[in-house]
Write a protein that binds this ligand. Structure first.
Ligand SMILES: [Zn+2]
Length: 244
């Protein structure tokens, strides 16, 4: 969509980069009413970014994620964290500068771990209180200051389901710009069978054997809902299911 000139004059605009020598920009037009004015109806209509991601090609999802993370960061960092003065945009949107104290502020990424806990031929799936319907997924949580990825996995699993895990192995990562996370996907080997959910974030959790997970993936069972296919949680579950 060509959004040049849309939105308020001071709408945030950032330079995303070049693709085949074509410059890409993102402009925040979220303040406009939806649907857009009739004269602009050909430009389409607003969609929730998470829902829209399901309609885009992988390279377009990456551009959407970059744009969303940057725009969100600007919207939340209009004032200097050091002195409180209004900050200004610089470097095409990759920096904000405070004119009062000269502090520079950079877009941030918050690392989070997302892990499939396994116990030989079983894996642990849990139901978060925010999940709709009968959906289950992997466990996840933010890395705390001073923690390694492995320590964060072990702490989060223990906090949420009181299960001690041993070996942690890295699988893959996925940017998740809601608002600025990097999801670090891991497998974690359980050292015990007993589960005790925290009851606050996680309201149910249980072991699923590999055959049951395969049936769920193949649509042969609707015992629970699994995460959507493009989420890293789904990649973790599918990768493990294919191992045996
Ligand atoms: Zn300042």
């Amino acid at each position: 969509m060509l959004a040049n000139g849309l939105g308020t004059p001071d709408a945030i605009e950032v330079f995303l980069g070049l693709q085949s020598d074509v410059p890409y920009f993102a402009r925040d037009i979220s303040a406009l009413p939806d649907p857009l004015a009739a004269s602009l109806a050909s430009l389409g209509h607003f969609r929730d970014a998470r829902a829209a991601a399901g309609l885009l090609a992988p390279h377009e999802i990456a551009i959407l994620g970059q744009a969303k993370a940057l725009i969100d960061w600007h919207n939340r960092h209009g004032f200097c964290a050091t002195c409180g003065a209004p900050t200004g945009i610089a470097d095409g949107g990759y920096r904000r500068i405070c004119p009062a104290c000269k502090a520079e502020h950079f877009p941030r990424t918050d690392p989070a771990v997302i892990m499939l806990v396994t116990d030989k031929d079983r894996c642990l799936l849990a139901r978060n209180k925010r999940f709709a319907g009968g959906h289950y997924s992997t466990l996840a949580g933010f890395i705390e200051p001073g923690e390694t990825i492995e320590e964060a996995v072990k702490r989060e699993v223990y906090e949420e389901v009181r299960v001690r895990v041993g070996a942690v192995s890295y699988f893959a990562s996925q940017p998740w710009p809601f608002p600025s996370n990097l999801m670090i996907g891991c497998f974690a080997q359980s050292e015990q069978s007993d589960i005790e959910v925290d009851g606050e974030e996680i309201i149910a959790a249980r072991w699923f054997d590999r055959a049951s997970v395969k049936r769920l993936i193949n649509g042969e069972s609707d015992e629970i809902g699994l995460p959507r296919g493009d989420a890293i949680a789904s990649h973790l579950i599918r990768h493990w299911a294919e191992q045996g």
